[in-house]
Design a protein around this ligand. Structure first.
Ligand SMILES: NC(=O)c1ccc[n+]([C@@H]2O[C@H](COP(=O)([O-])OP(=O)(O)OC[C@H]3O[C@@H](n4cnc5c(N)ncnc54)[C@H](O)[C@@H]3O)[C@@H](O)[C@H]2O)c1
Length: 356
């Protein structure tokens, strides 16, 4: 399958590796920054792959069937829509867009054009997360009471200054939109998906050189009567501490932890269908960085979705749902009021000046 990559920055090595692991034919790469592109050419020996500074030229000359969009977040929607119009299937890095209107337009036009769009929430493929999801699907938790998502990470001056788009309202958003959206996606997905009300507060406590929040706290009420608690930050001293997901039901308690929910740390079910010690031993991974091992199985799923004409496991609607929950927290911060879903259009740009 002909595959192309747009955006050759920090996350692109995971995409190139996933494409290779799945036997895709890399026909073109694109970056407006020649240095970033050449860095990947050297590291991955891509001397035979066509290089482009303008993705329109890549789409026209290479006609890829599958494209990965790995540019700064504020450019995802415009590039994704152009790729859809060119008939390409897509893997769009998270967040799928920075406004609900853009996410809805991606969904609408992909359906119209008959192409698949996957939102790159690769942690859904963590062994630990897959095991937990299976327990949710089998109803092992009984009545779900509540779940919590904690993201306690560290991002320093150097991280933001290496790519000045980070932490801006126009191109990124803050800790919740960039670093925490994976776990926010997992919490919403595990708790049934349907959100009723969100109350949130965000602040910028320790990074006065970015525009957006570095701390976000929220309470979520789901339509099925259960609750969620979200706490996400990039303020932790002096390095990443943990990313945890807890689920509490009347018949089951689970905790996934590690730096990015890669390990199951607690596994207690009244049905005793499996041995907790064995589950804890078997369903843990220790990846070299917080991005984990999820890109390769996510790519495998998208390729299969294209070949068998089904929705990807993490489709554009899933990307939109995660985005909506982050934007609901933002709106609650901005208005000082609870936000009821479904939400009307909202965008990171509506937060401009919030912490000025
Ligand atoms: N899934 C994950 O765990 C994960 C991890 C990190 C980043 N991300 C996401 O991936 C995206 C990229 O993040 P990053 O850290 O790699 O950023 P980065 O700044 O390192 O890389 C982005 C690259 O896109 C290029 N670019 C910008 N506009 C372009 C255009 N019009 N055409 C071609 N190239 C263009 C930039 O020059 C840059 O090299 C962001 O949306 C981010 O949220 C996801």
């Amino acid at each position: 399958m002909r595959y192309a990559l747009i955006g050759c920055g920090r996350i692109s090595p995971n995409h190139i590796a996933a494409a290779r692991n799945n036997g895709l034919e890399l026909v073109g790469i694109c970056d407006v920054d020649e240095l970033a592109m050449m860095d990947k050419v050297r590291k991955f020996d891509l001397w035979d792959v066509a290089r482009y500074a303008d993705y329109h030229d890549l789409l026209e000359h290479e006609r890829p069937e599958l494209v990965a969009v790995c540019t700064e977040s504020g450019r995802h929607a415009a590039i994704a829509l152009d790729c859809i119009d060119a008939g390409c299937n897509l893997i769009v890095e998270k967040p799928i867009a920075l406004s609900l209107a853009d996410a809805d337009e991606i969904i609408r036009r992909a359906e119209e054009r008959g192409v698949k769009v996957c939102a790159n929430h690769q942690n859904r493929f963590n062994k630990s997360v897959q095991k937990i999801r299976e327990a949710v699907d089998r109803g092992r938790f009984g009545r779900m009471f509540y779940g919590t998502a904690h993201i306690r990470w560290c991002r320093d001056w150097e991280y933001y200054h290496r790519a000045p788009w980070r932490g801006t309202w126009e191109q990124d958003g803050g800790a919740l939109m960039n670093q925490c959206i994976h776990n926010i996606d997992l919490l919403r997905w595990m708790m049934g998906g349907e959100v009723e009300t969100v109350m949130g507060m965000t602040d910028r406590l320790d990074h006065d050189y970015i525009e957006a929040e570095d701390l976000g706290i929220a309470i979520v009420r789901f339509r099925n009567g259960s609750y969620g608690i979200i706490e996400g930050t990039t303020d932790v001293y002096p390095r990443n501490l943990e990313e945890t997901l807890y689920l509490f039901g009347d018949k089951g308690t689970v905790k996934a932890g590690g730096t990015s929910v890669n390990v199951i740390e607690e596994w207690r079910f009244s049905d005793q269908l499996d041995d907790p010690t064995q589950v804890v031993r078997e369903f843990g991974e220790n990846p070299p960085n917080v991005y984990g091992f999820g890109h390769t199985p996510l790519y495998a799923d998208v390729i299969d979705a294209i070949r068998t004409d089904r929705d990807p496991y993490v489709d554009a609607r899933a990307g939109r749902d995660a985005l909506e929950l982050v934007l609901a927290i933002y709106k609650s911060q901005k208005t000082g009021l609870p936000v009821h879903l479904p939400m009307e259009d909202f965008s990171t740009l509506d937060m401009a000046g919030e912490f000025a």
